[in-house]
Design a protein around this ligand. Sequence first.
Ligand SMILES: Cc1ncc(COP(=O)(O)O)c(C=O)c1O
Length: 395
Amino acid sequence: MPKRQTSALHAHDHRASTLGESLTPPLYLTSSFRFGNYHEGTEVARGEHPGYVYTRSGNPTTDAASQVVSVWEGAEASLVLASGMAAISASLLSLARPGDEVLMSPVQYGGTYAVRHGLGDAYGLKFRFADMTNLDEVAAALTAATRVVLVETIANPGMVVPPVDRLGQMCRDRGIALIVDNTFATGYLYQPLADGATLVVNSATKYMNGHGDTLAGTVSGTAAAVAPVKALVSQMGSIASPFAAYMLWRGLATLPLRMGAHSRHGMVVAEGLADMAPYARVIYPGLESHPQHQWVREHFDAGQAGGMMALELADDVSPEAFMDSLELFSRAVSLGDATSLVEQPGSLTHRSLTADELGAAGIHPHLIRLSVGLENPDDLLQDLRQALLSARRAN
Ligand SMILES: Cc1ncc(COP(=O)(O)O)c(C=O)c1O
């Protein structure tokens, strides 16, 4: 009879099959997987027998979340990583070699912009920039050394929407990989892989998880395109924890309901602010006034445009007073949560950009980013109106 010190550690010993079938994916909060015998272990490790060895290279909970991500992105394979930045860095490094050029937009998430120095300098990558909505400018910026073009479906924070289908064609014709960051749209609104993207990445921290309580990133594509990313991720150790993957799986269950509501609320807010034009101009892809609205109508599911928008405050509206007067929008970075968020990109998410880069991205102190949440949209509209009114008066 083993001593209690031993029994306590082995009390949970069981084979999962004896416990009945869990309705939801079990949370495999384990670093390693136990083998029944010597042969099973060596066969699983060699890939000759299905199973898992070590969570850094594979875990059933993480795989359960990856499978749902693949459904939404229309992908053969997906990975769930530690964060959106882990997804972007691993994707870039899986495709580009020292000396290669990467073409990006001047309008994109500040953390992705920062890669031009950190990863770029460390790995000998060169970064060029072009307005991704201007295909002549894109074509002129591509060189024999260009290996990757990286765009955001709806670019952060200026809400610029590049024609991914035409960029996909251009990249395919030249043997260049196209990475699309689908964070603002998610595969629910738009599937870049169907329009020629090589890899799609998401900060699943945002809409995919949707509750603001988890950091995660995803990479999706063909099995052949995702395999080298998986190998790199295993080496860099940037896989998601099983707990984060579980939270993502749970959030994804309501993705269509949430994205539908974010899109409806976004439209109510954007249209409702039309008569506040002397106070603020709304930049939202769901509005006809948006330069790429027609493309969005034709390519996004039911023309829905999500919950992200930018406000360009009039000169006599104080950004500080506007943000401080809001009662329902929390002053916070990130986006895609159930609750509404407001931030000033120039001082927060994009603060690492130089003055010239901020200018090229159209970021100035009066540009404010809104993440429209799941509260009643009329309440949100009223909150924005009162804040605009009091910010002008306060000036
Ligand atoms: C468009 C976009 N891509 C990537 C990221 C990075 O994601 P994470 O914070 O999960 O690393 C962000 C973060 O705000 C983002 O807005």
